[in-house]
Ligand binder design. Structure first.
Ligand code: MRU
Length: 335
């Protein structure tokens, strides 16, 4: 993710087109930003925070006139719209709140505020890259030579502005010359594991084996998994973790088999205001995502569907949480 060469757009890789095609897309308007985030053209908790902050700037860049009050009203409505697109990943609300705090602290005409907001969005982008590197450095201790890592969804470079969160220790271990083998769960319904994780690890030259979600426990039972690494969309004060649907069942299976279950996330994913996982809003998505696979209908017409995008893993199942600030272990108490 980056500014377009002219700076008038947020340039993303359209993740809906992967792995078939690598297509860049430029987001300019408020609709562009909201649509890209809702349809998962850009996705992953850190990436949607960064994209929203940058989109807030581009959505107002054609503002004309000096009426600061009118500008503030429009800025507020764009900020609300972007923050509301996906409710679970706290990074989205966090990034927008940070942008709005900056706007409120800035006096002067709209052009001046927009200049300050562009600098702030660029800082959020660059800090996200640095946080990924720090997660890699802090988490690499969990990945000695020869580790077989199971991961879920995509918490790699595509989900951030940098090298990823859950995959950051994998990239760090690989860069240090350690052999690391990744098992990627396909992650129904939208297949982030098979479409995205397998794609980006393959490009990086890291061995990856794809499984369907129902195979994870059996693979652990057969002794073929040493470590689970996953990302997070929101981490409650007590260490409960919201992440892609299916994460909880992997955590239960890992606990049963005595396999470390490690969550990797930037500090912007930690939400001390939310006491426990029970208070985290879980995004419900359209049933058509379950009734179809890559556009092909795979269930009878009218089949009833339950489609939560995320689940909650209780902190009791979490071995450690790796952030850019260090390695946190139970009992978790984020403030
Ligand atoms: O619906 P998605 O694809 O945005 O869900 C993404 C996840 O659940 C990731 O694991 C999480 O955001 C961490 S990404 C570094």
């Amino acid at each position: 993710m980056q500014w377009s060469p002219g700076g008038d757009a947020v340039r993303i890789i359209d993740q809906r087109r992967l792995p078939g095609e690598v297509v860049e897309r430029d987001l300019r308007s408020l609709h562009d930003g909201c649509d890209a985030i809702y349809t998962l053209a850009v996705r992953g908790a850190p990436a949607i925070g960064v994209a929203a902050a940058m989109s807030l700037v581009t959505s107002l860049q054609d503002w004309a006139g000096d009426d600061r009050h009118a500008f503030d009203v429009t800025l507020e409505s764009h900020a609300r719209a972007l923050a509301a697109v996906r409710p679970t990943a706290v990074n989205l609300a966090w990034a927008i709140a940070r942008m709005m705090a900056r706007a409120k602290a800035t006096s002067g005409p709209p052009t001046q505020v927009l200049g300050v907001l562009r600098v702030e969005a660029t800082a959020i982008l660059n800090e996200d890259r640095a946080m990924c590197d720090a997660i890699g450095a802090n988490g690499v201790e969990f990945v000695p030579d020869g580790t077989r890592v199971l991961t879920h969804c995509n918490a790699g470079a595509l989900a951030t502005a940098g090298i990823g969160t859950a995959l950051a220790p994998v990239y760090a271990a690989h860069a240090a010359g350690r052999r690391v083998h990744v098992v990627a769960g396909e992650t129904r319904p939208l297949l982030q594991g098979s479409r995205l994780t397998a794609w980006e690890l393959g490009r990086a030259g890291i061995p990856v084996r794809l499984i369907t979600d129902g195979m994870a426990a059996s693979l652990m039972q057969s002794g073929r998994v040493d470590l689970v690494l996953v990302g997070a969309d929101r981490i409650a004060a007590n260490g409960d973790v919201a992440n892609k649907i299916g994460t909880y069942s992997i955590a239960v299976a890992a606990h049963h088999h005595g396999i470390p279950f490690v969550v990797c996330a930037p500090w912007s994913t930690v939400d001390p205001q939310t006491a426990t996982g029970g208070a985290i809003a879980i995004e419900m998505r359209d049933g058509s995502e379950v009734r179809t696979i890559a556009g092909l209908t795979v269930s009878p017409d009218g089949t009833d569907v339950w489609n939560p995008a995320f689940d909650i893993t209780p902190s009791a199942l979490v071995t450690a949480i790796v952030t850019d600030r260090g390695v946190h272990r139970a009992p978790f108490a984020f403030v």
